[in-house]
Write a protein that binds this ligand. Structure first.
Ligand SMILES: [Zn+2]
Length: 483
């Protein structure tokens, strides 16, 4: 079995030596995705799609529990819509795919394949909203979007990806602001409790905010290479799109007013986050809450009487408790199967052989810690359930420990550069000038990830220009290289 292990590990690059290659090897070899024939597109294979379905189910439940309903809007948007909001068109025009012809015939107006849906939804809302009685509007859409990116990587940046986008409308600005903050909190809870990824939440700078938003909030997750993955954003759009699309409502006081909007989204990027926050030298490590298979049962010496029957019995008892259990009865050696399922990140495996049946117990192995335990068949479903809960908890704690150990406070640009180059996030004081933000990006390749809600004074000078900052003059911000 040891030789099997070594052989298998050879198939994926060393996570400590070549993280980008490790990522590529893992996503392809575990059959999460494959490359589509058109450059920059990805095919999400059943194993990857099952993770997405689990993400969708967990998040959809939370989106509905906070008062939203799902709807679906067309993917084709008249080009003129994109032009209506100045910042929005500037932000998205370079990467939109356009439909110009139907067959041989040129269209009188080009169509945009949606890069995001603020414009088409804004257009529809202008028809649906007339009175204060029509507010708030709380709609979410699960959809695909297209953004033609120059450099692409599966899940992280692809020409087409899947996501959800919430679009709400409110009578007063405070409500829109509260909504943007509330959904960020929903995302954070989801990231931590379902994906087992601790996130840093805060506000984006003017430079990094969404094209067309007044304020963008973000959750940033640290990957194992110390880079940040922007994992979800919420936007207070203020009245920008309401004015561009002439959404107006007659308020209680008889005055015609523009309402306030939000939008918010997370995407299949989250699968990239799972891979890069939890993986190890053997491949994927999936948190039980989203793992397509939570327990894999591997028969040992399956040709011997009673082994397959026992495996089936075990699977049934685990399934009866709501555990996603499967048997791998393919014609391969147990060692080969151990390696395969470890690479695929299945949270736990159970080995069932003739000796186990005799002793009335079996071997249980955790993917997160590689710990081996022996469980009696009696009451095994409950024991496994508790282990899965512990794996989920342990993965979050491990990620939190890793993250906290890789956040450094810096006082100078040189320190900042050294820290991000060696795989850390930097917490530092910033004078708030766009120039300093740009210099930092240019000199260190790190961008301003967010300004955390909990502002704490971590220095007395701007990390870039050195300007002294007294009292609440400075802004505490996180800087990191990012995906
Ligand atoms: Zn400065």
């Amino acid at each position: 079995m040891a030789s099997g292990n070594q052989q298998f590990v050879k198939e994926i690059a060393d996570i400590n030596k070549n993280f980008p290659q490790w990522y590529t090897d893992v996503v392809i070899k575990t059959q999460l995705v494959d490359y589509g024939p058109v450059k920059g597109t990805m095919v999400i294979r059943p194993y990857g799609y099952a993770i997405w379905e689990n993400i969708q189910r967990e998040l959809d439940m939370r989106i509905k529990a906070t008062g939203h309903e799902n709807a679906y809007f067309p993917m084709f948007i008249p080009y003129s819509y994109l032009l209506k909001e100045a910042e929005h068109v500037e932000g998205f025009a370079p990467e939109v795919a356009l439909v110009t012809h139907i067959g041989d015939e040129e269209l009188p107006e080009k169509l945009v394949v949606r890069p995001t849906s603020e414009t088409i939804i804004g257009n529809m809302y202008s028809k649906w909203i007339q009175s204060w009685r029509d507010l708030p509007v709380m709609i979410n859409q699960w959809a695909n979007v297209v953004r033609w990116e120059k450099t692409t990587r599966p899940f992280l940046r692809t020409s087409e990806f899947l996501w959800q986008e919430g679009h709400t409308v409110h009578a007063i600005e405070e409500e829109a602001e509260d909504e943007a903050l509330k959904m960020l909190e929903v995302y954070k809870e989801f990231a931590e409790n379902v994906l087992a990824i601790p996130v840093i939440v805060g506000r984006k700078s003017e430079k990094e905010k969404f094209a067309g938003a007044k304020t963008t909030y973000t959750m940033e997750a640290m990957m194992l290479d110390g880079k940040s993955l922007q994992s979800g954003t919420t936007h207070n759009l203020a009245q920008n799109f309401a004015k561009a699309f002439d959404i107006q409502f007659l308020d209680k006081d008889g005055v015609l007013k523009y309402p306030f909007q939000t939008s918010w989204g997370v995407s299949t990027r989250l699968i990239g986050a799972l891979i890069m926050a939890h993986g190890d030298e053997r491949g994927l490590v999936l948190p039980p809450a989203v793992a397509p298979k939570q327990v894999i049962i591997i028969p040992i010496a399956a040709f011997k009487g009673g082994v397959n029957e026992k495996a089936k019995e075990l699977k049934a008892s685990l399934r009866a408790r709501g555990i996603r259990a499967e048997i791998d009865d393919r014609d391969q050696s147990p060692g080969w199967k151990f390696n395969e399922w470890e690479m695929k990140g299945v949270p736990a495996r159970i080995e069932v052989g003739p000796r186990d049946i005799e002793s009335g117990s079996c071997v249980f192995v955790r993917r997160d810690t590689h710990e081996k335990k022996t469980f009696d068949f009696d009451g095994i479903a409950q024991a496994v359930e508790e282990e899965l809960e512990d794996i989920q908890r342990n993965m979050l704690e491990k990620s939190r420990g890793f993250r906290d150990a890789h956040i450094l406070v810096c006082d100078t640009l040189a320190e900042l550069k050294k820290a991000v180059d060696s795989g850390n996030f930097v917490k530092a004081m910033w004078c708030g000038s766009t120039e300093c933000e740009a210099v930092i990006k240019q000199e260190t390749a790190a961008s301003l990830r967010c300004m955390p809600f909990e502002q704490e004074v971590v220095g007395t000078r701007c990390v870039c220009c050195g300007k002294p900052l007294k009292g609440d003059e400075g802004i505490t911000a996180y800087f990191a290289k990012a995906y």
